[in-house]
Design a protein around this ligand. Structure first.
Ligand SMILES: Nc1ncnc2c1ncn2[C@@H]1O[C@H](COP(=O)(O)OP(=O)(O)OP(=O)(O)O)[C@@H](O)[C@H]1O
Ligand SMILES: [Mg+2]
Length: 263
């Protein structure tokens, strides 16, 4: 493993992903030649409207999907290696929780999967439940949880292995404004501790104040990328995606605009 602190956390070159049907005929060109460079210790926002390819990119970075073409290095190595996966925390778009386990038992289950010893699990679970504001609900079944509470358990679960790289697919989805702020504060605290965070969102307003860098994905291509402050300096929030989409020459600007405004 060539993981040193100077290698980028994520390095993607000319990534292509074409989904194919049963007869191997191409159906959807989900990713159409993207490059990403995410240095260590940064909060990187991958933004884009629905269907732009955010989750597909993430699944490739996690080694869950094969790229059609291109190279992918995660923590200096192939994302398919178990040694790489050990250092990654992942919050899926939709968390699959075992409804009859309590929040505590859920985290304990994942701690065991990472072979953490009993004392480490106990300390870490207590800390994580406190961090995500769920200490009071530690012994309630997650099946009874509200959407926001389930999201927080998912976030705690993504952190159980004390990962170097944290990949969060729509971490603020389904959260109220206070919950959204709390999740953002957790991300900032984690970055301060040297973690690298890749998050996705279709709402720029949800994440603009936490991201160091942004890449805007649309129709499988990166349409804009760079330092978040620089990118946002010359665009107002409401028209941000519209500018990007208009530059991509898309004729669906009308419906997309309405969707983004109402989202
Ligand atoms: N397993 C699959 N088989 C076929 N097509 C797929 C598959 N997964 C994703 N796609 C297609 O790839 C494109 C990108 O999907 P993806 O889920 O990456 O978008 P997204 O940016 O995460 O969207 P959202 O904001 O809705 O989560 C879409 O056209 C989608 O229909
Ligand atoms: Mg998605």
């Amino acid at each position: 493993m060539t993981d040193t602190d100077t290698t980028p956390a994520i390095e993607v070159k000319n990534l292509v992903k074409t989904f194919r049907d049963f007869w191997r005929r191409p159906t959807v060109q989900a990713i159409d030649g993207i490059d990403l460079l995410i240095p260590r210790g940064r909060i990187f926002g991958l933004l884009g409207p629905n269907g732009s390819g955010k989750s597909t990119t993430i699944k490739i970075l996690l080694g869950l999907l094969f790229p059609t073409a291109g190279t992918v290095r995660v923590l200096g190595d192939s994302p398919r290696r178990v040694a790489t996966k050990r250092h990654i925390g992942y919050l899926p778009e939709e968390s699959y929780l075992y409804r009859y386990l309590t929040a505590y038992e859920t985290l304990d289950f994942y701690g065991r999967l990472f072979a953490l010893d009993r004392a480490t699990r106990r300390d870490r679970i207590t800390q994580l439940l406190d961090m995500v504001g769920l200490s009071h609900a530690a012994h309630r079944h997650v099946g009874e949880f509200s959407k926001g509470m389930a999201r927080r358990v998912g976030l705690a679960q993504a952190l159980i292995n004390d990962p170097k790289l944290i990949i969060l697919d729509e971490p603020t989805a389904g959260l109220d404004p206070l919950g959204c702020r709390q999740v953002k504060d957790i991300m900032l605290a984690l970055a301060k501790r040297g973690k690298t965070i890749l998050l996705t969102s279709h709402l720029l307003a949800d994440v603009e104040d936490v991201c160091d860098d942004l890449a805007i994905l649309y129709n499988g291509k990166v349409r804009a990328h760079g330092n978040a402050r620089e990118l946002l300096k010359n665009m107002d929030l409401e028209h941000f995606f519209l500018d990007v989409i208009a530059k991509a020459g898309d004729t669906r600007t009308g419906p997309v605009a309405n969707f983004l405004k109402n989202a």
